[in-house]
Design a protein around this ligand. Structure first.
Ligand code: SF4
Length: 385
């Protein structure tokens, strides 16, 4: 049963946090423990505590000394504050343990990343000022984690061999049927509280079929994954950007330097790994800044045996809806969202989005393809968008 909020239409407003500046030259294994989020308020809906995984999450959170409120209905109250800023802050510090909506059992393709997407949570406690969730999810940004994990994972077996995205591309068919598990959240922002993605990795590890689990993260807290039996059927990608972007716009995430170090740790544990370079922006001196990023990744993967490294390159875009929500949440943001300097495009179902003009896109793409080939020759670019 989905969780209903008492104020689903409330607008949001708050300033973003920033993380401390980190010199990329600090990148060196071993990774420091990642930054962990602990919610101020945790609630569980009645159907959630009928599920074994819901109970596991509750026990895990209570063991951390955090009280879990057992709601008597699926309605969450007390999120709305005295103003928009307070509502945003309360929602972002609340975790709800719920059962996923029944509609989520019918999987959707997720181009260009994977054949299918499935969700283990919805919402994220971090504060990225360009976050795509702003245009995708409605209502106060409470993070919901799903208690019916076992049912969600069991449901995937019906989709093997039915891929419509990566399976149709000769260059990616070797990945098997691909399943993306980070569309509406950041897994490592939450896994220390739920264990859901660890169980998903083990599920795919035990699944003797041509399948691949995929997820991307801005966190570096990977120690609990290094020893799992993954059988190479999970590709973890680290979402990275150049320094002015990460320090100014990615509040509440792990410092940038932790991510290449975490990538190295998982690559040494035999995982296929990847970079999600996103959102690529034409910040001042972008060639130098992104060049430093690629240098840091090259240093981090140096000497990793049998490295399987990919890159997914995603340029910045926004929609009228995401711009409005983001400016409400982060009114002092320095994120460029100027329609006049962008090209207007129509996305899925005719929705308008603003992307860089074709000449800027071509310049960015040419530079990234050339520099990745030069600095990370082992790296396979999966797509540019
Ligand atoms: S980590 Fe990802 S999902 Fe979370 S706020 Fe940042 S961009 Fe959004």
């Amino acid at each position: 049963m989905p969780l209903a909020l008492d104020d689903p239409a409330a607008p949001h407003s708050a300033s973003g946090e920033t993380v401390p500046t980190h010199d990329l030259s600090e990148v060196a294994p071993p990774a420091r423990p990642g930054r962990r989020w602990f919610p101020k308020r945790v609630v569980a809906t009645p159907p959630a505590y009928d599920h074994p995984h819901g109970l596991r999450i509750m026990k895990r959170i209570e063991a951390l000394g955090i009280e879990v409120e057992r709601l008597t209905s699926a309605r969450l109250t007390g999120v709305r504050g005295e103003n928009d800023r307070q509502t945003y802050a309360r929602a972002k510090s609340t975790l709800a343990i719920v059962v996923s909506p029944p509609s989520r059992r019918k999987l959707q393709p997720i181009a260009p990343s994977a054949d299918w997407r499935f969700d283990l949570a919805e919402g994220c406690p971090a504060h990225c000022q360009y976050c795509y969730l702003a245009g995708s999810l409605s209502g106060p940004p409470v993070t919901r984690v799903y208690a019916d994990l076992d049912d969600i994972l069991d449901n995937l077996s019906g989709y093997v061999g039915q891929g419509t995205i990566t399976s149709r591309r000769a260059a990616r068919r070797d990945e098997g049927t691909t399943f993306e598990a980070s569309c509406y959240t950041d897994p490592l922002a939450l896994d220390h509280l739920t264990g859901s993605w660890q169980r998903a990795v083990e599920h795919f590890g035990a699944w003797e079929a041509p399948v691949q689990l995929r997820w991307t993260t801005k966190f570096g807290d990977v120690d609990s994954f290094a020893g799992l039996t993954h059988q190479g059927r999970t590709r973890v990608r680290f979402s990275v950007n150049c320094l002015p972007v990460t320090t100014r716009m990615e509040g509440g995430t792990s410092p940038l330097a932790d991510r290449p170090a975490a990538l190295r740790k998982l690559a040494l544990a035999g995982y296929p790994v990847g970079l999600t370079i996103a959102p690529i922006m034409t910040v001042d001196d972008w060639r130098d800044r992104y060049g430093e990023l690629l240098d840091a990744v090259a240093a981090a993967v140096d000497g990793v045996p049998d490295l399987d490294l990919t890159a997914e390159l995603i340029t910045h875009r926004f929609t009228p809806g995401s711009k409005e929500v983001l400016l409400g949440w982060y009114p002092r943001t320095r994120l460029e969202m100027d329609e006049e300097s962008r090209s207007r495009k129509h996305g899925k179902f005719g929705a308008v989005k603003y992307v860089y003009p074709a000449d800027v896109m071509a310049e960015l793409r040419g530079w990234f393809e050339q520099e990745i080939a030069a600095q990370l020759p082992q790296c396979r670019i999966l797509y540019w968008t």
